[in-house]
Design a protein around this ligand. Structure first.
Ligand code: NAI
Length: 257
């Protein structure tokens, strides 16, 4: 049975690998990205998010079988809060009714091992309050202290949103599992600059140890996402699945489960 599946970030990396796998399996993918996609929209802006939702609803006829939110950035800028958190949650919330109209709907987002690193609590709180202006204002202030907490903050907020939302009215009770895959280091254009710099690569290897298999290819993360949105996933929701070569366990130990 061919399903209609919307994928953000479909023009590169993990989203592109997932779009390819789903298409090869016979599904119809509605790709969303800044360019080179079925729907071109800037998910960092409210207008872009609204036009992406509208475009998907038009292309799926109001019934969406699955949604996978991969688009993200890791740049030293407050803008990453808008893309990685609000660009994900706004699309999930905007497309939830179309998912609820499907027979076996599924949704998944892409988190990160970085979500386990130190965060700025005020940025996270503003995200969870749905206050983008406050989140951006705090992110600007944090920039002065160094931007390294921003990306982890965006991904930690996303994981917390996921756990609150998955059992909120309209999700689990409407039959929609909502989960995340949190990768370690993945070989995509996003991480290419790290691999080009031996010093940065050494820092990254210490921060994200991956004893099982080393760095992953985007197709590995895509396959995990494909399972989360498959009909086989009838009962898992609200989970952050670390597909990270053992990084999360190496860093957090055996008492976290
Ligand atoms: P990528 O850079 O290859 O792909 C990201 C895609 O998102 C690009 O096609 C880009 O155009 C799109 N995008 C960025 N900003 C956008 C915007 N404002 N509006 C619409 N589309 C936008 O990166 P990759 O690695 O495939 O990243 C996918 C997800 O995986 C991201 O959420 C990232 O944070 C996450 N991730 C990546 C890791 C890595 O090592 N590559 C590790 C952990 C998480």
């Amino acid at each position: 049975m061919s399903r209609r599946i919307a994928v953000t970030g479909a023009a590169s990396g993990i989203g592109q690998a997932l779009a390819r796998q789903l298409t090869e399996a016979g599904d119809t993918v509605i790709g969303i990205d800044l360019k080179d996609a079925d729907i071109c929209a800037d998910l960092g802006a409210a207008t872009g998010r609204a036009s992406a939702v509208e475009g998907v609803l038009e292309q799926c006829g109001g019934v969406l079988d699955a949604l996978v939110l991969c688009a993200g950035i890791n740049a030293p800028s407050p803008a990453l809060i808008s893309v990685n958190y609000f660009g994900v949650t706004a699309l999930a919330e905007g497309l939830r009714p179309a998912l609820a109209a499907a027979r076996a709907p599924r949704a998944a987002v892409v988190g990160s091992i970085s979500g386990t690193q130190p965060v700025d609590d005020e940025v996270v709180a503003a995200c969870l309050a749905g206050d983008e202006a406050a989140a951006l204002a705090r992110a600007e202030a944090v920039m002065g202290e160094g931007p390294q907490k921003l990306y982890p903050s965006s991904k930690a907020a996303l994981a917390q949103w996921l756990r609150r939302t998955c059992v909120a009215p309209g999700w689990a009770d409407a039959g929609i599992p909502l989960n995340a895959v949190a990768p370690g280091v993945v070989r995509t254009p996003m991480s290419a600059a790290l691999f080009a710099d031996e010093r940065m690569k050494a820092v990254m290897d210490r921060a994200v140890p991956m004893p099982l298999g080393g760095y992953a290819g985007p197709e590995v993360i895509a396959a995990s996402l494909a399972w989360l949105i498959s009909p086989a996933n009838t009962h898992m929701t609200g989970q952050v699945l670390y597909v990270d070569g053992g990084a999360e366990v190496s860093l957090r130990g055996s008492s976290v489960f």
